[in-house]
Unconditional design. Structure first.
Length: 281
């Protein structure tokens, strides 16, 4: 076991708030931990095409994207599992047939369906604002996903995963039935309160990605620490030696974590980094 740790951080709800605000204390924690010789990597549902510059400027040692489909360590791609061209075509046609708003998540960009700005607005803003919160009349999907691109080719071969706004939980259940060859999940809420479904390559999750990154670094899983706030982060916390849940996270991840820090907007990352000895007080 080494005194230098490998830290894996979920992004949304862990590094940044769900309206993309990066707390100054989180930025300070990441920079100081790296200055102290620890490696810090993003492990996120996002693809490279949706990482804003202020996150990149923090200087991560790697990125694990697409909920485990993509692993890059110190500038070197060590794993990349893509949705196949045939799967992408099936998903796009399936969403069009059902009238679902969707977007394709690629390292080269986020490619939105023709109807996403209108049909996806309610789900996107509910995700940003929280259940029951009033929606500003002038709010739009670009406030949450500023990097979305419209009018692009949707039959693609560079897709990590696809997210679609649920009109009901039945959309998710039908996706599980219709895409048995893929990993089907939900996000933006627990179980039937989920706002989105997603489809990605089978056999990958954040734990698989973490192990691939640690192997590429030549390190030991005993030196790993993971932070997350959602159900999709649980495999990562289980795989790592220490699992930390954000206080603003869901009940499932808080129940299984080794300890729970404060919320993302309550200096939770900084407080946990101090507690773990990554930055000092």
């Amino acid at each position: 076991m080494s005194d230098k740790k490998i830290v894996f951080l979920d992004v949304d709800g862990t590094i940044v708030t769900y309206d993309n605000v990066l707390p100054a204390s989180a930025a300070r924690a990441i920079r100081k931990a790296r200055a102290n010789g620890h490696r810090v990597l993003m492990c996120t549902g996002r693809s490279k095409g949706e990482v804003q510059p202020e996150l990149e400027e923090l200087g991560f040692d790697g990125m694990l994207g697409g909920n485990g489909a993509y692993v890059e360590v110190e500038g070197r791609v060590v794993m990349h599992r893509l949705v196949t061209s045939e799967q992408c075509r099936r998903i796009v046609d399936w969403c069009h047939e059902r009238g679902l708003a969707f977007y394709l998540e690629s390292n080269t960009g986020l490619f939105a369906s023709e109807n996403f700005r209108e049909a996806g607005r309610a789900a996107v803003l509910a995700y940003q604002l929280g259940e029951g919160e009033p929606v500003p009349a002038d709010a739009g999907v670009e406030d949450v996903f500023p990097l979305l691109r419209y009018g692009c080719e949707l039959y693609r071969d560079d897709v990590n995963k696809v997210s679609f706004a649920l009109t009901s939980y039945q959309d998710y259940l039908d996706a599980r039935r219709d895409f048995p060859d893929m990993k089907v999940g939900t996000w933006g809420g627990v179980d039937e309160r989920a706002l989105f479904g997603d489809l990605g390559p089978a056999g990958v999750d954040k734990a698989v990605a973490v192990r691939a990154a640690v192997e590429a670094i030549g390190a030991d899983m005993a030196d790993t620490i993971a932070f997350g706030d959602a159900k999709v982060d649980i495999p990562m916390l289980e795989a790592c030696a220490v699992g930390v849940a954000m206080g603003s996270g869901g009940p499932e991840i808080r129940a299984m974590a080794d300890f729970v820090t404060a919320g993302v907007d309550e200096d939770g990352l900084w407080k946990a980094f101090c507690h773990l000895g990554l930055v000092g007080e």
